[in-house]
Design a protein. Structure first.
Length: 525
């Protein structure tokens, strides 16, 4: 009988479900890391919320551990690379608390509009300051959503019910999905200029970190009110305080902070600032939902091998896994490549298999492509929930099979339809089933996709490769491999270089400044 440890406080229904499904369960909460290390070795599964930190040291002691289940969406407290290396599946419950988080954002918006916390404190102090707290109506105001995925879509629905005008910035939001949600899709600068209220619903990634920077906050409408129930780090907290102090920002409400627990913060005590202790997912209903879901998912895996909402493995049967594994590695790399090289909204993504690849189960390969593509923008995507996230963003996903062989015995092509037209990349398996890129945006080029890489599009002219190599050498960057393709002699050339470390922003700017360079980007796989 598999044995699971619930190490954080969780609704009792979780333990009940484990036992009903034939899984032995212990509920032991509040242990220190050292105490957890001492007992974790006897368990097959670990069910957690946010308190338990699953570190390399704990994983090293977890010699029998097969699955970690997070009752909630965030897995910042789990060392996923270490878990993957140890063969431990990491699951979360990404959709169990969406309504709760969306409702909290709406609640904070009302609190800002009517200055409820300050009015409450004043009234209970016996002051009765009616003229001091002249709020604003939400009706007819413009709400700017930064992120229009699952939670953002729910916020939009509730705001429209309040007769607000909703505009949204989300690179993955298609025009069709925007119409379905009833929102107007805009670029970030337009949102900043027009919104009376701004609420954030995006994960914290390199692309979204400080998306409300000092520069962007300065672009906002005077008197704007800002709400963040997503992740700390999306807003420059010092710049936010400066905006509140100056009066340019009319109010701010944060449920999340750069450092948590936020026992102290420069924003505390600032007029027109409201804060809550990361309560976005904290309702009775949400806690029951995520507890039930994590117990069901972990039980399915331990008892039958079923994989749901896993962050580090695809949904696969035991029979399919060995044959599909190299194809999925290729699919994920191609998805990541096209995601890193494509900007703007994506109306359609097509996955075309030829030859041997067309004979296999397409779903895992499609999921791997979508996971690789979406992972460039969000940190909660996996091969199981990637199709759902793509659907929520209004992306049309097409699968095309061609059983006959072309130039290669097996080929996988990923195409995206953007505002600028159709773009595609293609790859195959070489030798010992190693993934290899063979075509990039219509240019024949063979390259391994691994580690840090530099992508350059330039005018095909004598001396360019030497100038680029000299610049990188002077900058202390070592080139591992060098791959070149071109459309025609003297036309446009494409370079893919594997490098030992990522380029600094300054060095990348110098590459872009080289004569003949049209595009230069750093890539990571």
């Amino acid at each position: 009988m598999p044995k699971v440890l619930i190490s954080d406080k969780m609704d009792p229904k979780a333990a009940q479900i484990f036992r009903e499904r034939g899984v032995e369960v212990d509920e032991i909460t509040g242990k220190t890391p050292e105490e957890l290390i001492a007992i974790i070795g006897e368990y097959d599964g670990l069910a957690i919320r946010s308190s338990t930190k699953v570190t390399k040291a704990i994983l090293a002691a977890a010699t029998n551990l097969k699955v970690i289940g997070r009752a909630g969406i965030g897995v910042d407290n789990v060392d996923i690379p270490a878990a993957s290396a140890q063969g431990v599946v990491v699951m979360n419950t990404p959709f169990g608390n969406s309504i709760t988080t969306a409702e909290h954002a709406i609640a904070l918006m009302f609190a800002l509009a009517r200055q409820l916390p300050e009015a409450d404190a004043s009234t209970q102090a016996g002051k009765w300051e009616k003229n001091r707290f002249m709020g604003v109506e939400l009706t007819a105001k413009t709400l700017g959503l930064i992120g229009a995925g699952n939670i953002g879509g729910i916020v939009a629905d509730r705001a429209l019910g309040l007769r607000m005008k909703v505009i949204a910035y989300d690179p993955f939001l298609s025009p069709e999905r925007a119409v379905e949600l009833g929102v107007e899709k805009v670029e970030l600068d337009e949102l900043l200029a027009r919104a009376d209220f701004i609420t954030l619903h995006t994960p914290l990634t390199d692309q979204t970190r400080n998306i409300l920077s000092a520069e962007n906050l300065a672009k906002t409408k005077k008197g704007v009110r800002i709400i963040n129930c997503a992740r700390g780090g999306l807003i420059d907290e010092a710049a936010l305080k400066a905006g509140l102090d100056s009066g340019h920002i009319g109010g701010a409400a944060l449920d999340v902070f750069v450092e948590e627990p936020a026992k102290t913060n420069p924003l505390f005590g600032t007029p027109n600032f409201v804060s809550t202790p990361h309560l976005g997912a904290s309702t009775d209903e949400a806690q029951v939902n995520v507890a039930i879901q994590v117990a069901e998912q972990m039980s399915d895996y331990l008892m039958s091998g079923g994989v749901t909402n896993a962050l580090n493995v695809p949904s696969l049967s035991a029979e399919e896994a060995p044959r599909l594994k190299p194809y999925m590695a290729l699919a994920e790399k191609l998805g990541s490549l096209v995601g890193q090289l494509t900007t703007g909204s994506i109306a359609r993504i097509s996955i075309h298999t030829e030859g041997a690849a067309a004979e296999l189960n397409q779903k895992p390969m499609v999921s791997a492509v979508l996971a690789g593509f979406l992972r460039t923008q969000t940190d909660t995507v996996n091969m199981v929930n990637a199709p759902l996230l793509a659907k929520e963003r209004g992306m049309e996903v097409r699968e095309v099979r061609t059983e006959r062989e072309g130039d290669y015995h097996t080929l996988l092509r990923v195409s995206v339809k953007t505002d600028a037209g159709e773009r595609s990349v293609a790859g195959t398996l070489f030798g010992d089933a190693a993934p290899r890129l063979v075509e990039l945006f219509g240019v024949k080029i063979e390259a391994d996709l691994a580690g840090h890489m530099l992508y350059v599009v330039n005018e095909d002219a004598p001396g360019f490769i030497g100038r680029l190599g000299t610049l990188l050498g002077t900058g202390g960057v070592n080139i591992g491999t060098f791959h070149l393709g071109r459309r025609s002699a003297g036309g446009e050339a494409v370079l893919l270089l594997s490098i030992d470390e990522a380029l600094t922003p300054d060095l990348l700017a110098q590459v872009r400044a080289l004569a003949g360079v049209k595009t230069a980007m750093g890539l990571a796989f």
